[in-house]
Design a protein around this ligand. Structure first.
Ligand code: GLU
Length: 424
């Protein structure tokens, strides 16, 4: 007897394959010249480094690191450094590509890059983390610089790490070079408003989305998957900026849910003390998977890639998905969400507030003149609002989902720069 086993085609979850396939779709719509398209499918430069770190117990440990410069046609490359145990070169390449489209969509004069080190910072002492951060800069120092490539924080990297890195680079150069990196602490040339900029930019997008969808954010429920910098500030600022109520949050260990709303400041204090939101009183436990499928108005993926896939996209009940993470939704999931009428604010638009204020930080460093928080917020608001409507209008006109609309806006700007410079 023959047993029929259902054939289940596995979705390709390699982030760089995904980034290339997203570009391919936009290239077809834009009818990009084949050579320009081929050029934009690959990073221009990638550096692989090996770092040997003296551990506190006297032993040496070897770490792998990367820096990818994807495209600098519109300006120096820009993008964060991620410290993560599951970091891969393909993740960094995808993130560098997305940075290119991110800077273009908000129309700041920068290209895209990204860096990473395969490590688990939670298992390193502060001294080991400092030595690792400095060693990374000694290796990538030869290809970064205030007018070449400017790193910043990403997952598991902090303002303190940026301070060590800026210091190490300044030592190499024999002079203060704070402009080499952004997301620095305020006393070392950081910008006001940088810390909450990713979440704030995302909430400005949600505000604009609510306008075009004719939907009231006052009292709207929000679930946040991922509770790092972006997720925490989304929970804190949502009520203040939009009147939203956060009903669920999660981190890598699990989640918490309270349909009556969670007090963000209280949950953040709990996480600081316990290292996780799990076990927070006055809430019921919820898994990361169940959190994504909650019946809420706004779902905010704020952690890593590939959390909304062809497997669970059908189960997403939110009206708006505001992607503070990079790459949380796969191309197949995008199609399903679009067919189901879920309004997705795509990652490189929704989380562009971070790099926008990083750009403001660069400008302030270059001039040695620092802006008020109010000025930062106003300029961020203007950049994000314009970008949001450019994307929304392009997607509506083309009758495609917002990510493809965003790609069309961004890729056409980068392609134009590449051609104007005579590169292709
Ligand atoms: N890592 C952040 C991002 O993915 C910020 C990058 C930056 O500020 O350069 O957008």
């Amino acid at each position: 007897m023959v047993t029929l086993v259902p054939v289940h085609r596995q979705e390709d979850l390699n982030p760089f394959d995904i980034a290339q396939s997203q570009l391919d779709e936009a290239a077809a719509i834009l009818q990009l010249e084949p050579a320009v398209h081929a050029y934009l499918r690959e990073p221009v430069r990638e550096l692989h480094v090996t770092l040997s770190i003296r551990m506190d117990d006297g032993s040496s440990r070897i770490f792998k690191g990367f820096r990818v410069q994807y495209n600098d046609s519109r300006g120096p490359t820009k993008g964060g450094i991620r410290f993560h145990p599951e970091e891969t070169i393909d993740t960094v390449k995808a993130l560098a590509a997305w940075m290119t489209w991110k800077c273009a969509v908000v129309d700041i004069p920068l290209g895209g890059g990204k860096g990473g080190v395969i490590c688990n910072p939670k298992e390193l002492s502060t001294n080991e983390l400092e030595r690792l951060s400095r060693a990374y800069i000694r290796q990538v120092g030869r290809i970064i610089g205030p007018e070449m490539d400017i790193p910043a924080p990403d997952v598991y990297t902090t303002p303190q790490i940026m301070a060590w890195m800026a210091d190490e680079y300044s030592i190499i150069k024999g002079q203060n070079q704070f402009g080499v990196i952004t997301g620095k602490p305020l006393p070392l040339g950081g910008s006001k408003g940088r810390e909450d900029a990713t979440a704030r930019g995302g909430l400005y997008c949600v505000r604009e989305a609510a306008k075009v969808l004719d939907f009231d954010t006052q009292g709207a429920t929000m679930a946040i998957q991922g509770f790092g910098n972006a997720g925490q500030f989304a929970a804190l600022l949502g009520p203040e900026l939009l009147g939203t109520v956060t009903v669920a949050v999660s981190d890598s260990q699990g989640g918490i849910y309270n349909p009556d709303g969670l007090n963000a400041a209280d949950v953040i204090a709990y996480k600081k003390q316990h290292g996780t939101v799990v076990g927070y009183p006055n809430a019921q436990p919820i898994s990361n998977a169940d959190l994504l499928e909650l019946k809420v108005d706004i779902l905010v993926p704020s952690a890593l890639e590939n959390v909304i896939t062809s497997e669970n996209a059908h189960c997403i009940k939110a009206k708006i998905v505001a992607e503070l993470a990079n790459g949380p939704t796969t191309p197949e999931a995008d199609k399903i969400l679009y067919e189901n009428g879920v309004y997705v604010i795509p990652d490189f638009l929704c989380n562009a507030g971070g790099v926008t204020v990083s750009y403001f930080e660069m400008v302030q460093n270059a001039y040695g003149r620092y802006w008020s928080e109010k000025t930062v917020h106003e300029r961020l608001n203007e950049k994000i609002t314009n970008a949001f409507h450019a994307v929304h209008d392009r997607a509506r006109n083309l009758q495609v989902h917002n990510r493809l609309g965003a790609y069309c806006v961004a890729v056409s700007r980068v392609a134009e720069a590449v051609q104007l410079r005579g590169w292709v």
